[in-house]
Design a protein around this ligand. Structure first.
Ligand code: GLA
Length: 716
């Protein structure tokens, strides 16, 4: 008898990716257990031996925390459940057992495994879907619930996924935000009890907490060492992540829509499908976990992830609301002068009865302001074409100012509590996207802009308010409100994408407070923060890189911060470069540098956008932060180095070890994007083996006099 052999008909299901496996098994009660998540074993026959070694094997006295794959409440489970149901007869217990499995190989890389669980007493079914992406080592997991009970069932909690991890200790890296300080990071040991990270904000779901996180097992993982599970909930609304440690060896993760104020009534025969939870496992540190998610996002999730992007000149920080045709025409010329692709007209171009001259009025009235733009946005579009550039526009179509015609004409389209005071964020309220009429309005807002500017080349979609007084004037069951809002938003975005599949759209929410992978299906990029001070941005961009590829991250060179324009530009290049500066106020050298920088960027952007990213040296504990992007062939790498010490000219004494190169190839290193009149101490004639560069490293010689250094590493 081999270890673990049991006398019941144990079924084992393996969800395998290139390096990892998730093993699910049935036990003698026919419950489905998650017995393993981690590195693949050499001998797959041994997967079935894992379960019986588990302390909580069936039959022990500790059944209450059996490692079920999807944990329902009201019966055996006494810890935090994934699923809580009130059945049609009022009974609140659910016990799920294995019913059947369906496997579908979608293509060479993707496989969908669906395991159907059934309740023995009720005609109630839960399908667990696992979509594996082999090469990326990524799994998307979600749940589909359907019943045929005699009446409606109420879903009180309906998470997308449960994962039970085993280990001696667990460490959570999570992110908190605020306006201008997005994606701050903290890492802590999860002690006993539940740590919940959630959002009840309705829109701008990541304003306080991010729905992306990393868990290290046994010890806090570094870039290259330690076991890590990185995950993110794909939901542009209220989310809830529960991390519950129990006994000495387990962490149970539950991820899904926040059930706060959201009991969902499910009719017989109706299907409830949860959002997807995407995750990856790395046996060797956070770097691999990030690259897995970035590769998955580019290949499958982010709109045009492997495609091209346009560079922008935006007018927000140079004009704010104060502009007219003449000023904008100059900016269009500046767009050409600088060498970028698109002029992006920001907030302030609309509203007549209530002109949008500041943030207090006009939102919702999407007709061009006749005072500022005598000839409308269509003339601006033509002016852009005449100057050899493209035209883009800012919209915030989900929102309304009380000082607007929209507010006057459609009070029933606005989310509010009829008997209560109105609360505003940035002087605005949120439109009720659960209402199909509002969905039409939002869709038509976008559609009308295209009628005016058929060549429209870019949309910045903003969202500056949270939902206070959550209540739809038209929805019958307010318990469905938050969910219907997101469904309404998605359906509008779906319609926009059907009609305009290619137009680049930037996801913005008063900065980066709505960044999740469900939204990024419709958007080509996001605005990480209104904080464009390049020093702060090094940290903000560093933290986004744990989950999101740089092709999605819009970084603009602006007047914020006192750093030289070279430093600002080098920081912005670490993603999608753009500008929000007064081009006409740049001095001769600054303009020359910027024009060259755009050219250099155009020559390296493919690697920055589509290459493999390696975080080499963090900005928290080092004088120089370094991050690199390596081409698929490993022939070229771009290394961004930023001097972040606030001490006077502290040298970075130790070389920085590169990663991801070919040890057997020979490389030379050239400094690029130099400021006019400066020379580089980096010897571009010397050659180094990849082995040397990865074992010993290279010193970029960044210091207080050379605050940013961009190196191009190329094979000989
Ligand atoms: C938000 C955005 C900014 C800008 C303003 C316009 O704050 O984050 O980039 O578009 O709105 O009002």
């Amino acid at each position: 008898m081999t270890i673990g052999q049991s006398n019941f008909a144990q079924k084992t299901f393996e969800i395998t990716t290139k390096n990892n496996v998730l093993v699910l098994e049935t036990d003698k009660d026919n419950s489905l257990l998650l017995s393993y998540i981690g590195k693949k074993l050499k001998n797959t026959a041994e997967y079935s031996s894992i379960q019986s070694l588990d302390k909580y094997k069936p039959g022990s006295d500790d059944l209450f925390n059996k490692r079920e794959a999807y944990i329902a409440s009201g019966s055996l489970n006494l810890l935090e459940p994934a699923l809580t149901v009130t059945h049609a007869d009022g009974n609140k217990s659910t016990e799920l057992t294995f019913s059947r499995v369906e496997e579908k190989q979608i293509d060479q890389n993707r496989k969908l495994t669906s395991i159907v669980l059934k309740d023995a007493k009720y005609n109630f079914e839960v399908s667990l879907h696992y979509l594996s992406y082999f090469n990326e080592d990524v799994i998307e997991q979600w749940v589909q619930i359907v019943h045929k009970e005699k009446g409606d069932v109420v879903l009180n909690k309906y998470a997308s996924a449960n994962l039970t991890l085993s280990g001696k200790k667990f460490f959570l890296k999570n992110h908190y935000s605020g306006w201008g300080r997005e994606m701050r990071s903290e890492e802590q040991q999860l002690l006993h009890g539940i740590k919940t990270i959630d959002s009840k904000l309705g829109t701008r779901n990541n304003l306080l907490n991010s729905s992306s996180f990393m868990i290290s097992i046994d010890q806090p993982a570094t870039e290259d060492l330690g076991e890590v599970v990185a995950g993110s909930l794909e939901w542009t609304g209220n989310f809830r992540l529960d991390f519950e440690t129990f006994d000495e060896y387990y962490l149970r993760l539950t991820a899904g829509i926040n059930n706060f104020s959201g009991n969902y009534t499910l009719k017989p025969g109706e299907e409830f499908i949860t959002p997807r939870f995407v995750y990856t496992y790395s046996a060797n540190g956070k770097g691999i976990a990030s690259r897995n998610l970035q590769n998955w996002a580019r290949n499958y999730q982010l709109l045009e992830g492997m495609g091209e992007r346009s560079t922008l000149l935006n007018n927000w920080e140079t004009t704010y609301f104060d502009f007219n045709d003449e000023k904008l025409n100059h900016l269009i010329q500046d767009t050409k002068k600088l060498g970028v692709d698109v002029f992006l007209l920001d907030d302030g171009w609309f509203g007549n009865k209530f002109p949008r001259n500041n943030a207090t009025a006009g939102l919702g009235d999407w007709q061009f302001n006749k005072q500022k733009l005598a000839n409308g946005i269509s003339a601006l579009g033509k002016e852009a074409t005449a100057n050899g550039v493209k035209f883009g526009i800012w919209l915030e179509p989900e929102m309304v100012n009380p000082k607007s015609e929209l507010y006057e004409n459609h009070p029933d389209w606005i989310i509010r509590q009829p008997e209560r005071k109105e609360y505003y964020m940035r002087n605005q309220l949120v439109l009720d996207l659960s209402n199909p009429k509002v969905q039409d309005f939002v869709f038509n807002t976008v559609d009308e802009v295209f009628k005016e500017v058929p060549d429209l080349a870019f949309i910045k979609w903003d969202c500056n308010s949270l939902i206070y007084n959550a209540n739809s004037p038209t929805l019958k069951n307010q318990d469905h409100f938050y969910l219907e809002y997101v469904k309404g938003l998605n359906s509008v975005l779906e319609r926009i994408r059907k009609k305009y599949p290619k137009i680049p759209m930037m996801l913005c929410a008063g900065g980066g407070t709505r960044v999740d992978y469900a939204a990024l299906k419709y958007f080509t990029e996001f605005w990480p923060s209104d904080n464009t001070n390049p020093f702060d941005r090094i940290f903000i961009q560093w933290e986004y890189s744990y989950y999101f590829p740089s092709v999605a991250v819009d970084n603009h060179v602006t007047d914020m911060g006192k750093q030289p324009i070279k430093f600002k530009t080098d920081v912005a290049m670490m993603g999608k470069l753009g500008y929000d500066v007064k081009v006409n106020e740049l001095d001769e050298k600054e303009l020359l540098f910027s024009q060259n920088a755009v050219k250099i960027y155009n020559s390296i952007k493919d690697i920055v956008w589509h290459g493999q990213q390696y975080r080499l040296q963090d900005p928290y504990e080092n004088k120089v932060a370094a991050i690199s992007y390596v081409s698929e062939t490993r022939d070229t790498a771009i290394i961004f180095n930023y001097y972040v010490s606030t001490l006077y000219n502290a040298k970075n004494a130790i070389p920085i070890k590169l990663k991801g190169l070919d040890p057997d190839k020979m490389y030379k290193i050239e400094e690029v994007n130099l400021y006019p009149g400066t020379t580089s101490p980096i010897d571009s004639q010397r050659s180094y083996s990849g082995d040397f560069l990865m074992t010993v490293g290279i010193n970029p010689e960044a210091d207080a006099g050379r605050t940013s250094v961009v190196l191009k590493v190329m094979t000989l």
